[in-house]
Design a protein around this ligand. Sequence first.
Ligand code: ATP
Ligand code: MG
Ligand code: ZN
Length: 154
Amino acid sequence: MAERTLLVSKINNGTVIDHIPPGKSFKVLSILSIDSRISYTVTIAVHVLSKKGGYKDIIKIEDRFLQRDELDRISMVAPGATISIIKDYEIVEKFTVKIPDEIVGIVNCPNQNCISNSREPIKSRFVVKSQKPILIQCFYCQRPLTDLEIITNI
Ligand SMILES: Nc1ncnc2c1ncn2[C@@H]1O[C@H](COP(=O)(O)OP(=O)(O)OP(=O)(O)O)[C@@H](O)[C@H]1O
Ligand SMILES: [Mg+2]
Ligand SMILES: [Zn+2]
């Protein structure tokens, strides 16, 4: 009988980002600066059926472990994504991304008159008002931002 399954190799060391809301993997790749210049292997699955129902995207990155600020960015564009850290082909750590209580230096305030957009060395700062659906508010000018605005200003 013809072989009806394809095997994508397991990764030896690296990171799996699973349960990404369908279609959001492109934004996650952009956050991680994964483009044609990379020199490590990345496997991407878009709009695949999830065992938990509905659809999801998955990204598997060899030989790369994510930094805190990268995880914080991902939490805002792909809430509910799970991170598995792989060492010697086994999961050594697994967790769900969590939106931080305060978002500092990650999202730009869309208000051009906001002090965080002046020449002063002031980092952008947002307070999280709601996690689901995500709603954040600028600490300096009180401008609220919802999910789509966050994605374009991250
Ligand atoms: N060595 C590996 N290489 C590549 N991907 C891996 C490896 N080990 C696990 N994964 C992937 O990491 C993710 C988490 O693995 P796990 O075995 O916990 O999945 P699961 O049982 O489907 O759990 P859940 O979907 O509830 O998070 C899955 O997407 C799985 O395919
Ligand atoms: Mg699963
Ligand atoms: Zn502001």
